[in-house]
Design a protein. Structure first.
Length: 317
Protein backbone atom coordinates (compact mmCIF):
# COMPACT_ATOMS: atom_id res chain seq x y z
CA UNK A 1 0.00 0.00 0.00
CA UNK A 2 1.37 3.37 -1.06
CA UNK A 3 0.43 6.83 0.20
CA UNK A 4 1.64 10.40 -0.19
CA UNK A 5 3.00 12.19 2.85
CA UNK A 6 1.99 15.72 1.99
CA UNK A 7 4.61 18.44 2.18
CA UNK A 8 3.65 21.60 4.08
CA UNK A 9 2.17 24.41 1.99
CA UNK A 10 2.87 27.74 3.71
CA UNK A 11 2.13 30.98 1.86
CA UNK A 12 5.73 31.10 0.67
CA UNK A 13 5.31 27.78 -1.17
CA UNK A 14 3.07 29.43 -3.79
CA UNK A 15 5.38 30.99 -6.37
CA UNK A 16 4.57 33.68 -8.92
CA UNK A 17 2.40 32.20 -11.66
CA UNK A 18 0.22 30.17 -9.31
CA UNK A 19 -3.52 30.73 -8.88
CA UNK A 20 -3.63 34.17 -7.30
CA UNK A 21 -4.94 35.23 -3.90
CA UNK A 22 -7.11 37.18 -4.27
CA UNK A 23 -8.13 35.55 -7.54
CA UNK A 24 -10.36 37.18 -10.15
CA UNK A 25 -13.75 37.80 -8.59
CA UNK A 26 -12.46 37.71 -4.99
CA UNK A 27 -12.47 40.88 -2.87
CA UNK A 28 -10.37 41.38 0.26
CA UNK A 29 -12.34 42.50 3.31
CA UNK A 30 -11.83 46.04 4.58
CA UNK A 31 -13.91 48.18 6.91
CA UNK A 32 -16.85 49.44 4.89
CA UNK A 33 -20.43 48.80 3.78
CA UNK A 34 -21.55 45.28 2.88
CA UNK A 35 -24.93 43.99 1.77
CA UNK A 36 -26.38 40.61 2.72
CA UNK A 37 -24.98 37.92 0.40
CA UNK A 38 -21.80 39.81 -0.45
CA UNK A 39 -18.62 37.75 -0.18
CA UNK A 40 -15.12 38.76 0.88
CA UNK A 41 -11.89 36.92 1.60
CA UNK A 42 -9.41 37.05 4.46
CA UNK A 43 -6.04 36.21 2.86
CA UNK A 44 -4.36 35.57 6.22
CA UNK A 45 -6.89 32.77 6.85
CA UNK A 46 -7.38 31.76 3.19
CA UNK A 47 -11.14 31.74 3.77
CA UNK A 48 -14.19 33.20 2.02
CA UNK A 49 -16.88 34.83 4.20
CA UNK A 50 -20.46 35.72 3.21
CA UNK A 51 -22.31 38.62 4.77
CA UNK A 52 -25.44 37.49 6.66
CA UNK A 53 -26.28 40.81 8.32
CA UNK A 54 -25.68 44.11 6.53
CA UNK A 55 -22.60 45.97 7.72
CA UNK A 56 -21.46 49.61 7.60
CA UNK A 57 -18.19 51.41 8.30
CA UNK A 58 -19.12 51.53 11.99
CA UNK A 59 -18.58 47.77 12.22
CA UNK A 60 -14.83 47.31 12.44
CA UNK A 61 -14.50 43.69 13.54
CA UNK A 62 -13.16 41.38 10.81
CA UNK A 63 -15.47 38.58 9.62
CA UNK A 64 -13.80 35.82 11.66
CA UNK A 65 -14.58 37.77 14.84
CA UNK A 66 -17.94 39.18 13.76
CA UNK A 67 -19.49 35.70 13.64
CA UNK A 68 -23.12 36.82 13.92
CA UNK A 69 -22.84 38.83 10.70
CA UNK A 70 -20.47 36.71 8.62
CA UNK A 71 -20.56 33.03 7.65
CA UNK A 72 -17.34 31.12 6.93
CA UNK A 73 -18.13 29.53 3.55
CA UNK A 74 -15.09 27.88 1.96
CA UNK A 75 -11.38 28.24 1.22
CA UNK A 76 -10.14 30.85 -1.25
CA UNK A 77 -9.68 29.72 -4.85
CA UNK A 78 -5.93 29.28 -4.37
CA UNK A 79 -6.45 26.81 -1.53
CA UNK A 80 -9.54 24.97 -2.83
CA UNK A 81 -7.65 21.87 -4.06
CA UNK A 82 -5.60 21.52 -0.86
CA UNK A 83 -8.13 20.31 1.72
CA UNK A 84 -8.76 19.68 4.50
CA UNK A 85 -8.43 23.24 5.82
CA UNK A 86 -8.83 24.86 9.22
CA UNK A 87 -11.89 27.13 9.39
CA UNK A 88 -11.94 30.40 11.29
CA UNK A 89 -13.56 28.58 14.25
CA UNK A 90 -10.55 26.26 14.46
CA UNK A 91 -12.30 23.17 13.10
CA UNK A 92 -10.58 21.05 10.47
CA UNK A 93 -13.01 20.52 7.57
CA UNK A 94 -12.96 19.01 4.10
CA UNK A 95 -15.17 20.53 1.41
CA UNK A 96 -15.50 19.17 -2.10
CA UNK A 97 -15.56 22.39 -4.13
CA UNK A 98 -13.53 21.90 -7.32
CA UNK A 99 -11.47 24.75 -8.67
CA UNK A 100 -12.81 25.48 -12.16
CA UNK A 101 -11.92 27.73 -15.08
CA UNK A 102 -13.18 28.19 -18.64
CA UNK A 103 -11.02 31.22 -19.42
CA UNK A 104 -7.51 29.80 -18.95
CA UNK A 105 -5.42 26.94 -17.67
CA UNK A 106 -5.16 26.20 -13.95
CA UNK A 107 -1.54 26.34 -12.81
CA UNK A 108 0.27 25.96 -9.53
CA UNK A 109 3.96 26.65 -9.08
CA UNK A 110 5.00 25.22 -5.73
CA UNK A 111 8.30 25.49 -3.91
CA UNK A 112 8.92 21.97 -2.62
CA UNK A 113 11.56 20.13 -0.61
CA UNK A 114 12.28 16.58 -1.80
CA UNK A 115 8.81 15.99 -3.31
CA UNK A 116 8.78 12.90 -5.53
CA UNK A 117 5.05 12.42 -6.21
CA UNK A 118 1.90 14.30 -7.18
CA UNK A 119 -1.66 12.96 -6.94
CA UNK A 120 -4.47 14.79 -8.74
CA UNK A 121 -8.19 14.15 -8.25
CA UNK A 122 -11.25 15.43 -10.09
CA UNK A 123 -9.24 16.43 -13.15
CA UNK A 124 -11.14 17.84 -16.09
CA UNK A 125 -9.78 19.36 -19.27
CA UNK A 126 -7.38 18.22 -21.98
CA UNK A 127 -4.18 17.28 -20.14
CA UNK A 128 -2.37 17.30 -16.82
CA UNK A 129 1.23 18.50 -16.98
CA UNK A 130 3.78 18.07 -14.19
CA UNK A 131 7.17 19.79 -14.39
CA UNK A 132 10.06 19.86 -11.94
CA UNK A 133 12.77 22.57 -11.86
CA UNK A 134 15.89 22.15 -9.73
CA UNK A 135 15.09 25.48 -8.06
CA UNK A 136 12.45 28.20 -8.50
CA UNK A 137 12.93 29.58 -12.02
CA UNK A 138 15.84 27.18 -12.52
CA UNK A 139 16.58 24.37 -14.98
CA UNK A 140 13.79 22.06 -16.13
CA UNK A 141 14.59 18.53 -14.99
CA UNK A 142 11.29 16.70 -15.53
CA UNK A 143 8.32 17.23 -17.82
CA UNK A 144 5.38 14.85 -18.18
CA UNK A 145 2.06 15.40 -19.95
CA UNK A 146 -0.86 13.02 -19.41
CA UNK A 147 -4.18 13.04 -21.24
CA UNK A 148 -7.31 13.25 -19.10
CA UNK A 149 -9.56 11.66 -21.72
CA UNK A 150 -8.46 8.87 -24.05
CA UNK A 151 -8.11 10.04 -27.68
CA UNK A 152 -10.76 9.20 -30.25
CA UNK A 153 -9.72 6.41 -32.63
CA UNK A 154 -12.36 7.15 -35.25
CA UNK A 155 -15.12 9.59 -36.09
CA UNK A 156 -17.65 7.24 -34.48
CA UNK A 157 -15.79 7.13 -31.16
CA UNK A 158 -15.33 10.92 -31.36
CA UNK A 159 -19.02 11.60 -31.89
CA UNK A 160 -20.74 8.67 -30.17
CA UNK A 161 -18.23 6.43 -28.45
CA UNK A 162 -17.48 6.23 -24.77
CA UNK A 163 -13.90 7.39 -24.19
CA UNK A 164 -12.24 6.49 -20.91
CA UNK A 165 -11.66 9.31 -18.44
CA UNK A 166 -8.64 9.46 -16.13
CA UNK A 167 -9.86 11.98 -13.57
CA UNK A 168 -7.42 10.79 -10.89
CA UNK A 169 -3.74 10.70 -11.74
CA UNK A 170 -0.65 9.67 -9.77
CA UNK A 171 2.71 10.93 -11.03
CA UNK A 172 5.64 9.45 -9.10
CA UNK A 173 9.38 9.11 -9.50
CA UNK A 174 9.93 12.86 -9.71
CA UNK A 175 13.56 13.97 -9.34
CA UNK A 176 14.09 15.41 -5.87
CA UNK A 177 15.82 18.65 -4.90
CA UNK A 178 16.02 20.53 -1.60
CA UNK A 179 14.49 23.66 -3.14
CA UNK A 180 12.58 22.52 -6.20
CA UNK A 181 9.82 24.19 -8.17
CA UNK A 182 6.99 21.77 -8.99
CA UNK A 183 4.56 23.04 -11.62
CA UNK A 184 1.14 21.43 -12.00
CA UNK A 185 -1.00 22.57 -14.91
CA UNK A 186 -4.52 21.54 -15.94
CA UNK A 187 -4.72 22.52 -19.59
CA UNK A 188 -7.62 22.95 -21.95
CA UNK A 189 -8.51 24.37 -25.34
CA UNK A 190 -10.50 27.59 -25.77
CA UNK A 191 -13.45 27.69 -23.39
CA UNK A 192 -13.10 24.04 -22.38
CA UNK A 193 -13.76 23.45 -18.70
CA UNK A 194 -10.62 22.91 -16.64
CA UNK A 195 -11.13 21.62 -13.11
CA UNK A 196 -9.35 19.96 -10.20
CA UNK A 197 -10.78 19.04 -6.80
CA UNK A 198 -7.73 17.84 -4.86
CA UNK A 199 -3.94 18.02 -5.25
CA UNK A 200 -1.49 16.13 -3.05
CA UNK A 201 2.22 16.90 -3.39
CA UNK A 202 4.89 15.26 -1.28
CA UNK A 203 6.81 12.08 -0.64
CA UNK A 204 5.53 8.71 -1.85
CA UNK A 205 5.67 6.30 1.08
CA UNK A 206 4.65 2.69 1.45
CA UNK A 207 3.57 0.40 4.25
CA UNK A 208 5.93 -2.50 4.95
CA UNK A 209 5.04 -5.54 2.88
CA UNK A 210 5.45 -4.09 -0.60
CA UNK A 211 8.53 -6.26 -1.07
CA UNK A 212 7.05 -9.27 0.76
CA UNK A 213 3.37 -9.88 0.11
CA UNK A 214 1.80 -6.47 -0.26
CA UNK A 215 -1.89 -5.87 -0.91
CA UNK A 216 -3.60 -9.18 -1.60
CA UNK A 217 -6.12 -10.07 -4.29
CA UNK A 218 -9.67 -9.51 -3.17
CA UNK A 219 -9.31 -5.77 -2.59
CA UNK A 220 -12.77 -4.15 -2.57
CA UNK A 221 -13.73 -0.73 -3.91
CA UNK A 222 -17.30 0.49 -3.36
CA UNK A 223 -18.31 3.53 -5.45
CA UNK A 224 -20.63 5.94 -3.65
CA UNK A 225 -22.29 9.33 -3.98
CA UNK A 226 -22.44 11.92 -1.22
CA UNK A 227 -25.94 13.32 -0.72
CA UNK A 228 -27.95 15.23 1.84
CA UNK A 229 -31.73 15.40 1.99
CA UNK A 230 -34.08 18.05 3.31
CA UNK A 231 -37.83 17.57 3.75
CA UNK A 232 -39.96 20.71 3.59
CA UNK A 233 -43.12 21.39 5.60
CA UNK A 234 -45.26 20.57 2.55
CA UNK A 235 -43.69 17.11 2.31
CA UNK A 236 -41.48 17.81 -0.70
CA UNK A 237 -37.87 16.64 -0.53
CA UNK A 238 -34.78 18.18 -2.05
CA UNK A 239 -31.59 16.18 -2.53
CA UNK A 240 -28.17 17.77 -2.80
CA UNK A 241 -25.50 15.68 -4.53
CA UNK A 242 -22.09 17.06 -3.69
CA UNK A 243 -19.52 14.55 -4.85
CA UNK A 244 -18.58 10.97 -5.50
CA UNK A 245 -15.83 8.64 -4.36
CA UNK A 246 -15.45 5.06 -3.20
CA UNK A 247 -14.46 3.21 -0.08
CA UNK A 248 -11.62 0.71 -0.26
CA UNK A 249 -10.78 -2.27 1.93
CA UNK A 250 -8.42 -5.19 1.71
CA UNK A 251 -5.54 -7.05 3.29
CA UNK A 252 -1.79 -6.54 3.36
CA UNK A 253 0.68 -9.36 4.09
CA UNK A 254 4.04 -8.45 5.59
CA UNK A 255 6.92 -9.98 7.45
CA UNK A 256 6.44 -10.27 11.20
CA UNK A 257 9.68 -8.33 11.62
CA UNK A 258 8.02 -5.32 9.98
CA UNK A 259 4.94 -5.30 12.19
CA UNK A 260 6.16 -2.62 14.63
CA UNK A 261 7.10 -0.30 11.77
CA UNK A 262 3.69 -0.84 10.17
CA UNK A 263 1.87 -0.08 13.44
CA UNK A 264 3.77 3.20 13.82
CA UNK A 265 2.89 4.29 10.28
CA UNK A 266 -0.75 3.25 10.60
CA UNK A 267 -1.23 5.24 13.82
CA UNK A 268 0.12 8.30 12.05
CA UNK A 269 -2.31 7.87 9.16
CA UNK A 270 -5.50 7.25 11.13
CA UNK A 271 -8.08 9.99 10.90
CA UNK A 272 -6.44 12.27 8.34
CA UNK A 273 -6.93 12.72 4.62
CA UNK A 274 -4.26 11.27 2.36
CA UNK A 275 -3.84 9.92 -1.17
CA UNK A 276 -3.66 6.11 -1.25
CA UNK A 277 -2.76 3.67 -4.03
CA UNK A 278 -3.03 -0.09 -3.41
CA UNK A 279 -0.26 -0.78 -5.92
CA UNK A 280 1.75 0.94 -8.63
CA UNK A 281 1.11 -1.92 -11.05
CA UNK A 282 -0.61 -1.21 -14.37
CA UNK A 283 -4.38 -1.56 -14.38
CA UNK A 284 -4.93 0.01 -10.96
CA UNK A 285 -4.55 3.68 -11.88
CA UNK A 286 -8.17 4.57 -11.09
CA UNK A 287 -7.89 2.87 -7.71
CA UNK A 288 -6.06 5.98 -6.52
CA UNK A 289 -8.10 7.30 -3.61
CA UNK A 290 -8.17 10.38 -1.40
CA UNK A 291 -9.61 9.34 1.91
CA UNK A 292 -9.29 8.64 5.61
CA UNK A 293 -7.84 5.45 7.04
CA UNK A 294 -10.66 4.43 9.41
CA UNK A 295 -9.25 1.15 10.72
CA UNK A 296 -6.28 -1.14 10.28
CA UNK A 297 -6.47 -4.42 12.21
CA UNK A 298 -3.01 -5.92 12.58
CA UNK A 299 -2.69 -9.66 13.25
CA UNK A 300 0.35 -11.87 13.85
CA UNK A 301 -0.66 -14.89 11.76
CA UNK A 302 2.46 -16.91 12.49
CA UNK A 303 5.96 -16.51 13.89
CA UNK A 304 7.23 -14.74 10.77
CA UNK A 305 4.03 -13.53 9.14
CA UNK A 306 1.68 -10.63 9.92
CA UNK A 307 -1.32 -9.18 8.13
CA UNK A 308 -3.22 -5.87 8.10
CA UNK A 309 -6.92 -5.62 7.32
CA UNK A 310 -7.49 -1.98 6.31
CA UNK A 311 -10.55 0.13 5.62
CA UNK A 312 -10.30 3.53 3.90
CA UNK A 313 -13.27 5.88 3.70
CA UNK A 314 -13.17 7.86 0.48
CA UNK A 315 -13.76 11.61 0.60
CA UNK A 316 -15.67 13.37 -2.21
CA UNK A 317 -13.36 14.37 -5.04
Amino acid sequence: MYYIERNPLPDTAFLAGSVAEPAAGEAVWAVGTYAVGQEVIRPALHRVFRCAVARTASHTLPPELDTTAWADMRPTRRYQPFGPQVRADGKLVYQNQPLQSTTGDIEYRLQQRYANAVAIFGANGATVRVQVYDQPGGTLKYDKVLGIKSPATSYWTYAYGRRSLSDRILVHGLPIFPNAEVRITITGVGSQLRAVSQIEVGKLRYLPGVDFGGVQYGITRIPKAFTTRKTEADGSTSVLIYGTSYDMSGSIVLSGKQEDTALTQLRGLLGRGAAYAPTLAAGYEQSLLFGILKSADVARDSVNLSSVRFEIEGLPT
